[in-house]
Design a protein around this ligand. Sequence first.
Ligand SMILES: NC(=O)c1ccc[n+]([C@@H]2O[C@H](COP(=O)([O-])OP(=O)(O)OC[C@H]3O[C@@H](n4cnc5c(N)ncnc54)[C@H](O)[C@@H]3O)[C@@H](O)[C@H]2O)c1
Ligand SMILES: [Zn+2]
Length: 376
Amino acid sequence: MNAITSSSQRKVHVPLGERAYDILIGSGLIARAGAEIASRLKGRKAAIITDEHVAPLYLEALVNSLEGSGIMSAQLVLPAGERTKSFEHLMTACDKILEARVERNDYVIALGGGVIGDLAGFAAGIVRRGVRFVQVPTSLLSQVDSSVGGKTGINSRHGKNLIGVYHQPDLVLADTDVLNSLSEREFRAGYAEVAKYGLIDKPDFFAWLETNWSAVFAGGSARIEAIATSCQAKSDVVVADERENGPRALLNLGHTFGHALEAATAYESARLVHGEGVSIGMVLAHEFSARMNLASPDDAKRVEKHLKEVGLPTRMSDIPGALPPAEKLLDAMAQDKKVKNGKFTFILTHGIGRSFIADDVPASEVLAFLKQKQPQ
Ligand SMILES: NC(=O)c1ccc[n+]([C@@H]2O[C@H](COP(=O)([O-])OP(=O)(O)OC[C@H]3O[C@@H](n4cnc5c(N)ncnc54)[C@H](O)[C@@H]3O)[C@@H](O)[C@H]2O)c1
Ligand SMILES: [Zn+2]
């Protein structure tokens, strides 16, 4: 872990050369946002992009904090939800940034979950060929995952996140108090990504979560600790492989199965949200690894036990409504991942915290496995 600034605030530095930045994690950061930004960035103009759920809760506090530090802001409130990651809303965001006369030293501020962060980051990456960008992530998922690493973008009718740019933020302010207004379901879904970092390569962190998860859910220092450890883990992977030519793919643990389930439920959040798909996907990845004699079946059981205990779905049969047959799920996976000569690239594991990239997984094995797992 990097520098600890106080017991209630942590700092993770992302050392990316001239694109390096800090992630501050802690209580009360929205109220201190103006001071934190003003002490790091020169510009005194900002365009805040947020959504209709987050705006009534935190927009005024952010605007006031900026004003207190001499930063004037324009604000844009977009509809909440995945559909906002569209060309239409990107255009609105770009227009707002230009209308606010945000110049290259000024900044776009994303106040919201991953949807707002991805869209606002993309807009910041393309307006005037790139203006500065501050992330104020408000969902657990965005605090531990999407606000860090510089992937930005929108969806296309051909699939999720297919249009975008890499544009690293200049600062990330993760105010852990705002997670108290997140629904329990969204909090849990974000927690799946926290557990993921333990399962990728931090077995001690996974064991810590098994003991401390309820304190993480309750808030306070355990929550800050879990978020800071997650941000450090993501930062390490991003620094090693910023543009996903290799190890960054490990972050996709559980996601090949998960994305197929998201597609199979037509991204209907009433049935499945991303983190829930990842939870089921991580259990499937461990079970599939055991089936391939790469890991012990006890590890898959241990992963399932923990995710179930926190209230996450762990089986395909936990998803309400019918799922398409195994062949269709396999097709969805083939769309998501590269398939060469009937072989998939998959994140598999030798056990808890020992995941690896396997690029020679036979599609026939995956199909046989899915048929065995299918609830129908
Ligand atoms: N860029 C990346 O590296 C990366 C990584 C992972 C996920 N993502 C993207 O992130 C998105 C998912 O992010 P998400 O789960 O944050 O979804 P989201 O932005 O839709 O937020 C989930 C819901 O919670 C609400 N919300 C957010 N913060 C709140 C708060 N503090 N209090 C009350 N309500 C709040 C939102 O309005 C929304 O309704 C997806 O589009 C995904 O593709 C990107
Ligand atoms: Zn994810």
